[in-house]
Design a protein around this ligand. Sequence first.
Ligand SMILES: C=CC1=C(C)c2cc3[nH]c(cc4nc(cc5[nH]c(cc1n2)c(C)c5CCC(=O)O)C(CCC(=O)O)=C4C)c(C)c3C=C
Ligand SMILES: [Fe+2]
Ligand SMILES: [Fe+2]
Length: 339
Amino acid sequence: MKGVLLVNLGSPESPTPKDVKPYLDEFLMDKYVIDVPFLLRALLVRGIILQTRPKKSAAAYAKIWWDEGSPLVVISKRMHSKVQKLVEVPVALAMRYGNPSLLSGLQELHDKGVNEVLLFPLYPQHAMASTTTILELAEELRKKHFPEMKFTIVPAFYNKPDYLQNLADSIKGHLEGYDYDHLLFSYHGIPERHIRKTDITKSHCKIDGSCCNTPSPAHEFCYRHQCYETTKQVVKLLGIPEGKYSQTFQSRLAGDKWLTPYTDVEVNKMPEKGIKNLAVVTPAFVSDCLETLEEIAMEANHEFKEHGGENFKAIPCLNDSDDWCKTVGVWINDWVEKK
Ligand SMILES: C=CC1=C(C)c2cc3[nH]c(cc4nc(cc5[nH]c(cc1n2)c(C)c5CCC(=O)O)C(CCC(=O)O)=C4C)c(C)c3C=C
Ligand SMILES: [Fe+2]
Ligand SMILES: [Fe+2]
């Protein structure tokens, strides 16, 4: 019997340092996120980052937390229940970090008699820190607990026409009546090293002005290429002219060189370039979360105005919108009907 596991990133149990610390420990000790040898990772994460970050992150989470819980988890649950109503097969929801766990999601499907699982990472663009880590953990759990299960993987959907149409329609709807000077596409950043590591050709990704626009098998797993492609296709659908949009990367951690240009740096420069009315969309996320609600809708908004900007609009993610849930339902039904 077939079934589906939707997987998102996950959040702490509550916006307190006590609950944020174990969440950050699980997240940052993941070898696909901080990809250095275990001892160095433990020294960096447990010896340095976890000494101060839980308090700072908890304060940020507290600003966006809802009565029902973390926005990312609440929105994912709403989306899950809408999708379940559109398909016949059982659909479970899991988070890579925190709860509901990947093990509980697979167990739920197993208890319903599912032995063929469509693993669905809820990330439009592929990255080892988001997608690979889900697939690797799911495989580890499968081998250990459910050896009879078979997985089919939903690849990054950054260029799927129906996803792009949903995104374009959503942007258009949210921009109605807002006379914006510029639309910024802000994607979650990753260290440049991760781009080189996921280059299956081992020679294509130079992280320069042209590699991501030059066709290559590397693009199947190149996060940077996939972000550019999502932006390119959406502006085409919306008919936004060159110069009226740009692309940046947000949420970097100190240390490594992360993908550039950086969102905060670029947003602060915009008012002096004449951009007074800004709109920001965050297509690396399908659900609103800390990175969109706090870092963009609050922090970037505040900084933009501090630097002379006048109006700032943060466009919500696709979340549990009917169109997006319908698209996910169609993809699931297509898979169910195969064979
Ligand atoms: C688009 C998917 C994501 C990628 C790729 C990604 C890479 C990545 N993230 C960190 C560090 C942190 N990210 C944090 C929050 C966070 N990250 C994503 C998604 C991706 N991360 C989401 C959806 C969220 C929000 C979660 C929520 O509960 O709302 C955090 C936690 C908050 C904080 O302390 O800032 C950290 C830390 C790294 C190091 C990384 C790639 C190497
Ligand atoms: Fe992140
Ligand atoms: Fe590239």
